[in-house]
Design a protein around this ligand. Sequence first.
Ligand code: PBG
Length: 325
Amino acid sequence: MDFPAYRPRRLRRNERLRALVRETALAPSHLIYPLFVGAGKDSARPVDSMPGVAQLSIDRAVKECEEAAALGIPAVILFGIPDHKDAVGSEAYADGGRVQEAVRAIKERVPGMLVVTDVCLCEYTDHGHCGVIKNGDVDNDATLELLAEEALSHARAGADIVAPSDMMDGRVGAIRRALDREGFAQVAIMAYAAKYASGFYAPFREAAESTPGFGDRRTYQMDPANGDEALREVELDIREGADIIMVKPAMTYLDVVYRVKQKFGYPVAAYNVSGEYAMIKAAAKNGWIDERRIVMELLFSIRRAGADMILTYFAKDAARELRGK
Ligand code: PBG
C-alpha cells in the first residue's frame, strides 16, 4: 500500500499507540549485571575509566545483588580480583578463591539471584593472558584442564551458569565433561563463543587488573574483520554443549548477533562491554549526549538484533528507567 492510503505516522501519534505497535520488548528480566569482586570489607574501589563501577568487597557485592534483585534483574556475572597472581592462575580454581567465596555469600543472602561466573585465567595470571604460556604463546590444550578445574570450583560454590571467556579451542567440551563427571549436569554453560580481540575491553582491564603483560590476545580472540568465522565458533560451542551463546562486544557486532540468532535459534547473550559503557559515560559527562536516552536506544538495538539477554554495566540504571523510578 502506498501513500496516502498508508501513512506510517498514523501509528506514531501518541505513546499509547507507539507502545501498541512496538516490536521489541525490553525488560529488567533481559539484563545481566556484571560485578567485580575484590578484597576487603565494606569497600568499593572506583574504576577511573568506568564511572559508577567499582571493585567491590564481597559484602558490598551482596548488597548490589540485593538492589539488583529488587529492580527485577535476574542475574549477575562475577569477575574476581585475586590477592596473588602467578604463572598458572592458581587462585582461579581455588575453592577458597574470591569468586567462589562471593558465589557462596550471594547464594546464601540473595538465593533467588542467578549467579553466572566468568571462567578465565587472565585476572589470575601474573602475565595477564587467558591461559598458561609456552614458547611465548598461550598453550591451548594445557589451559583446558585449568579452565575445567575453575568451572568445577565455581559449580561446587553454587554457580548456576559458568561462562568461559578465554577463547581456547575445545574449552566448552572440556568444561561440560568435567561438570557432568562431577555431578553438575544441571550447571549451564554460557559460552563467550564469538569473542573478538577488541579495543573496547580496555576499561575492563583496568577494573579486573588483567592487561596482558606482553603481546595481545589476537592469537586466541577473533579478528574483528570476520563474520562467517563467528558462525563456525558458535557451531563448535553448541556441539560441545553450550547452552547460551554470547557475542562480544555488542554495539559494533550487531550483525553477528543477528546472524547467530537467525542461524542457530539458540539463546543469545550480547555483552555491552566496558568501552561502550565508558564512551557513553564520557560523552554524557560533557553534556554531548543524553545518557538515559542513549542507553535505552542502545539496549533496544541489541534486543532488536536478536539478543535474548544483555550483559551490561547499565543494568541497574536501565531497570530503574523501565520501572519508571
Ligand atoms: C576475560 C574477560 C574480558 C572481558 C570479559 N571477560 C577481558 C578480555 O578478554 O580482555 C571484557 C568485558 C568488558 O570489556 O566489559 N577474558
